[in-house]
Ligand binder design. Structure first.
Ligand code: FAD
Length: 425
């Protein structure tokens, strides 16, 4: 009998628990550990931040769902993981022993790395439901007295799609309110070019996103490092390809949302051999840590090196499908270990993403993640807006029912030639 634990009950951790259920032997025990008992669908946060969704629309009570699935659920965060002792120390000081552990703790949002950044400073965030609600309230106040808006992603962010999404959603909402003409908008990003997305572009994301920004009168600054934010003022340095500062900007704003740098969570950061200097978990191609081989990791908390050097640090995004591919590989590999076999499955790490603009949107598929690719496709259209709504409903249903990969999803993805595993089953 083995104790298997998943730490982190977000997008990756919940479906990890569902997939692990399918590989357990009789008598093996599975436990999911989350910070609290409610799950929130992070990809809907840009909609929450303009009032198109409410918290209750994107919230699921995990206690009830996990009880129905027969998965032990502990709604209390971990203070520290002690991999040398196979032990998780919980916030209340108690400890749990594991035989296999999957880390699914997502990112810590490093607002403190830039003076004035974040909900406790002068900018908003959409990374957490609490932030998105706060951003929505700030946006309502702003709309009474419109002025410039700055949206973007800071140095070290490893998520760019939501920044574009939120900029275009705000543009749509401002036009609906007939106040867009009073709001100069600027997109500030650490990416070396528009549409890089941390993936060196996918299909023609450069062309599509540049033309969307132009069409919607949104100016942009790329290779941007946010130096400091004060009330109503952002200090930004723009870097050239030679790595030298090309221009310093002092940008006024009345409302701003900047995605922060990401780093690993405190429960795992600084553990020699487990995490890299930013606290992301080191894994091999089987999602397994080499120093602590009974520890696996999935999701945004996994260390993936940048695709190449850029004037300002740009992280690689981990999108939903990419995370699901890590989940499937991990479940197979832990299943193999439980049967005393050698783990051999690898995540395909294909990037499939839908970015909604409120009226239309952009979709892309990168397979594999690193160019040159077999599939390198992007497209825009009204259909993406509806596809994103479908994705939200579908994924929330998946969490509620505990079905990680229903047959129709597998069938559609396989019809498109997109597999979760590097070596298709
Ligand atoms: P999370 O979902 O963040 O889950 C991590 C969980 O671990 C959290 O619940 C956290 O509370 C918990 N945790 C952390 N520390 C501890 C601890 N010590 N003890 C216990 N629990 C802990 N991807 C797409 O494919 N499509 C999209 O449209 C999309 N939109 C996005 C929009 C936004 C605003 C953001 C930020 C990301 C988006 N992504 C999207 C990317 C990605 O799919 C999400 O970030 C996703 O939530 C990441 O899943 P995760 O499980 O790695 O992390």
């Amino acid at each position: 009998m083995a104790e298997i634990m998943v730490l982190g009950a977000g997008l990756g951790g919940t479906i990890m628990a569902y997939e692990l259920q399918g590989v357990l032997r009789p008598g093996d025990r599975l436990t999911l550990i989350g910070q609290d008992s409610r799950y929130h669908f992070v990809p809907s946060n840009p909609w929450v931040a303009v009032g198109w969704r409410k918290r209750s629309d994107v919230e699921i009570n995990l206690k009830a769902v996990m009880a129905k699935k027969g998965i032990e659920f502990i709604a209390q965060g971990a203070k520290r993981v002690h991999p040398a002792e196979n032990r998780i120390e919980l916030n209340d000081g108690s400890s749990l022993h594991y035989d296999y552990l999957v880390l699914a703790t997502g990112p810590e949002l490093a607002f403190d790395e830039i003076e004035g950044l974040g909900p406790d400073g002068f900018t908003q965030s959409i990374c957490h439901i609490d932030h998105a609600e706060k951003a929505q309230a700030a946006f309502e106040t702003f709309a009474e007295n419109p002025s410039p808006i700055i949206i973007g992603a800071a140095q070290g962010a490893s998520c760019f799609g939501p920044a574009y999404e939120y900029a275009f959603i705000l543009d749509t909402e401002l036009r609906r309110r007939k106040i867009r003409h009073k709001v100069p908008m600027t997109f500030v990003t650490s990416e070396p070019y528009i549409g890089h997305l941390g993936l060196d572009g996918v299909g023609d994301t450069k062309g599509i996103l540049e033309s969307q920004l132009r069409e919607r009168h949104i100016k942009w600054i790329t290779s941007a490092k946010v130096q400091k934010i004060e009330a109503g003022k952002m200090i930004v340095e723009e870097f050239g390809d030679d790595g030298a500062v090309k221009k310093a900007h002092e940008l006024p704003f009345g409302f701003s949302m900047i995605l922060p740098p990401f780093r690993g969570v405190p429960a795992v950061r600084g553990i020699e051999g487990l995490t890299n200097p930013r606290g992301f978990v080191l894994v091999d191609k089987h999602q397994r840590n080499q120093k602590f081989p009974n520890v696996f990791a999935i999701g945004v908390g996994v260390a993936i090196p940048p695709l190449g050097p850029t004037p300002v640090p740009v992280g690689v995004p981990k999108t939903g499908f990419m995370i699901e591919s890590m989940v499937t590989a991990t479940a197979h590999n832990i299943g193999a270990l439980l049967k005393s076999e050698t783990p051999h499955e690898e995540a395909s790490l294909n990037a499939v993403c839908l970015a909604d603009f409120g009226d239309r949107g952009v979709a892309f598929v990168a397979e594999p993640q690193i160019p040159p690719r077999n599939v390198n496709w992007s497209a825009k259209g009204h259909w993406v807006h509806f596809a994103k709504i479908g994705f939200e409903k579908y994924f929330m249903r998946k969490i509620r029912t505990g079905e990680s990969e229903p047959f129709y999803e597998r069938w559609i993805m396989e019809a498109l030639g997109i597999s979760r595993l590097a070596r298709p089953r």
